[in-house]
Design a protein around this ligand. Structure first.
Ligand code: UD1
Length: 421
């Protein structure tokens, strides 16, 4: 397994291009199963998760053409309505093929995704939403077996708490259902509106995406379309924090500050200068130490849980004490002990983490259990004295396109060390 060697302490200067959002791209790819016509997606990042999903779509019968960041997906006929365990377990979001398969073929057999390093992550809300739309669901040997004889129908679904995946899944299923579906307490993440924009371009009738109530009037069929994936807000936040810990000035080309939600204000409060320019987001940090800032993770527009680990790394050398509260996932502090190995002073108590800023982190060999936690170790390594070796690079390859290259281009001393070295 490849590792990333980082020599810390160099300020970053230059441009980092922000890729298309992973979390939007994979839902858009799933949405293409809803039509027998060809859908062209552009600005699709080249990531392990995208490749994994392509494997799954291919076995459902999708014809795939890829040229750079452009992906053409065409599922003239669904060849198989089964999504096997060995693919779904590797990428939870692939579970969302269930809704489109059910909507188009009225039956599906999809593996349950299982747990993951950041918590149990059940799919009960997904299944309840599909049942409300008329799906008959049973569980058998780790698989969801679903059918909807005569097709799905519209329903009013009120989510007990906000779930990104369940909102998207319900939206994907409802577009071809008979009648109107209303989603209450829906997720408002920007990827939601991106998905709705694409589905509407395919002929769906969705209004309110990006707000708490989404209304979907079912249509009988969808057509092909062209859609550009929106820029990745988590990647933009990550590189902004890299500048925060190292100092320097970087333009995140194609980045959009408005997609950062509450994280924008929190990052500015620490002392980072962030400005939206015509060509992207300019991030600047002078030589002074950052100020410690408290955060609470919340659904959008609150502070995103996907930036929590990274923010903790940045706070490790800030001036003062930062109190962090993780409210979305129950087990998302796995990076804390690794950061502590680099000299961070972090005390975790349930949902809370208290980070007392130290003068300097020291490089160390570290490893992480998930994608965002791995990136927090990269941020820490960029700010640390000496060498940090981040192992299990495959986590980062799942979600950060050309990470080593992008960092090298702004002056970071990072190098991918192949397994055999
Ligand atoms: C998505 C993002 C992930 C992000 C998360 C929260 C993708 C591919 N992933 O994940 O990067 O961290 O949103 O912003 O877009 N839950 C249930 N039952 C359900 C569904 C969810 O209990 O049926 C719980 C989860 O365990 C979690 C919380 O709800 O505690 C929020 O999860 P959710 O918003 O669904 O996250 P994902 O869609 O999995």
């Amino acid at each position: 397994m490849d590792r990333l060697a980082i020599i810390g302490g160099r300020p970053l200067f230059g441009d980092i291009p922000i890729s298309g959002a992973k979390n939007a791209a994979i839902k858009l790819m799933v949405a293409t199963l809803l039509t027998d016509q060809s859908v062209q997606l552009s600005n699709v990042p080249d990531l392990a998760d995208v490749r994994q999903l392509l494997r799954l779509l291919e076995q459902h019968g999708t014809h795939i053409t890829r040229e750079g960041d452009r992906l053409s997906l065409h599922t003239a006929n669904i060849r198989s309505t089964e999504a096997p365990y060995d693919i779904v377990r590797k990428m939870r979001a692939s579970f969302n093929v269930l809704g489109p398969l059910l909507a188009r073929e009225h039956e599906a057999k999809v593996s349950l995704p299982g747990g993951c390093a950041i918590g149990a992550r059940p799919v009960d809300l997904h299944l309840k939403a599909l049942e409300a739309m008329g799906a008959d669901i049973t569980l058998d040997e780790g698989y969801v077996i679903a059918s909807a004889k005569g097709g799905l129908h519209g329903a009013t679904i009120s989510f007990p708490f906000v779930s990104v995946g369940a909102t998207e899944h319900a939206m994907l299923a409802a577009v071809l259902a008979k009648g109107t579906t209303v989603l209450e307490n829906a997720a408002r993440e920007p990827e939601m509106a991106d998905l709705a924009d694409c589905l509407n371009a395919m002929g769906a009738k969705i209004s309110g995406a990006g707000r708490s109530t989404i209304t979907i009037e079912g249509v009988s069929h969808l057509t092909g379309c062209q859609h550009q994936v929106l820029p990745d807000r988590i990647e933009a936040g990550a590189y902004a924090m890299a500048v925060g810990i190292t100092g320097g000035e970087v333009t995140l080309t194609h980045g959009r500050a408005d997609l950062l939600g509450a994280a924008l204000a929190s990052l500015r409060e620490t002392g980072l200068e962030i400005e939206q320019m015509a060509d992207g987001v300019r991030v600047k940090k002078n030589g002074e130490r950052l100020t410690a800032v408290d955060i609470v993770t919340q659904p959008f527009p609150g502070f995103p849980t996907d930036l929590q680990a990274l923010f903790m790394a940045m706070m490790a050398t800030a001036d003062g004490v930062a109190n962090i509260k993780e409210t979305i996932f129950e087990n998302r502090y796995m990076h804390a002990p690794e950061l502590a190995r680099m000299g961070a002073d972090i005390h975790v108590d349930g949902q809370l983490a208290r980070v007392r800023g130290v003068d300097r982190l020291k490089g160390a060999p570290v490893m992480a259990t998930d994608l965002r936690a791995s990136m927090s170790l990269v941020i820490a390594g960029l700010g640390a004295e000496g060498q940090t070796m981040v192992s299990r690079l495959y986590h980062l390859d799942r979600g950060f396109e050309k990470l080593d290259q992008k960092l090298q281009n702004v002056g970071a001393l990072v190098e991918r060390v192949p397994d055999s070295a």
